[in-house]
Write a new protein. Structure first.
Length: 195
């Protein structure tokens, strides 16, 4: 088990970076705003590059299945694509954030939380982890949809997205409950074997 923790290094690294950004942002929120935002951008980009190379260096011919997470060559490839796309989003969003007067550390924190949700969603092997990772991703994107505090359109978009997301989350939970009722399993392999 401890030998296989290497395959979960991207998620653990991302959690560590999120904790650093969150702690640093809370402590130094009012002081030296420009220096801090530059540090957040650099930290996020460097961590995404390290994340990319840690995923690239993992062997792609090994299938590791825990009871909750599964690492396969396909999931590794999807995680690489997600990391690349998140890096591109962070690079191109810098000019927009400065023009809209959005706090950069909040935006970076939310984007990295959404990336963590996506990485966990790709590796999910259990309905509970599947649901929790979708919720982590959704909650981050709800806030990102309404990040412009002074815009009515942004607030309306965030509210509409939240209402539709809550409805779909309820339907997903209902479907998962029905699957558990009929199969007695929350693990996707167990459900597949019963069906």
């Amino acid at each position: 088990m401890l030998n296989n923790i290497y395959f979960l290094t991207p998620e653990l690294l991302l959690i560590l970076v999120l904790l650093i950004i969150l702690t640093h942002g809370i402590v130094y929120q009012e002081k030296r705003q420009e220096i801090i935002s530059l540090n957040f951008s650099l930290l996020a980009l460097v961590s995404l590059i390290i994340l990319f190379f840690s995923q690239l260096l993992c062997p792609h011919n090994i299938i590791i299945s825990y009871s909750l997470l599964c690492v396969t060559p396909f999931t590794q490839t999807i995680k690489l694509l997600l990391t690349i796309s998140t890096t591109i989003v962070l690079i191109f969003s810098r000019t927009v954030l400065n023009s809209k007067k959005i706090k950069e550390y909040e935006f970076i924190l939310l984007v990295l939380l959404a990336l963590l949700g996506m990485l966990l969603l790709v590796s999910a092997q259990d309905l509970i982890i599947f649901y929790l990772s979708i919720e982590l991703l959704s909650l981050s994107v709800y806030i990102l949809a309404s990040i412009q505090k002074n815009s009515e359109l942004s607030t309306e978009a965030g509210l509409k997205y939240f209402i539709l997301g809550s409805l779909s989350s309820g339907l997903l939970l209902f479907g998962s409950a029905l699957l558990y009722l009929f199969t007695g399993e929350t693990n996707l392999e167990g459900i597949f074997n019963v069906i």
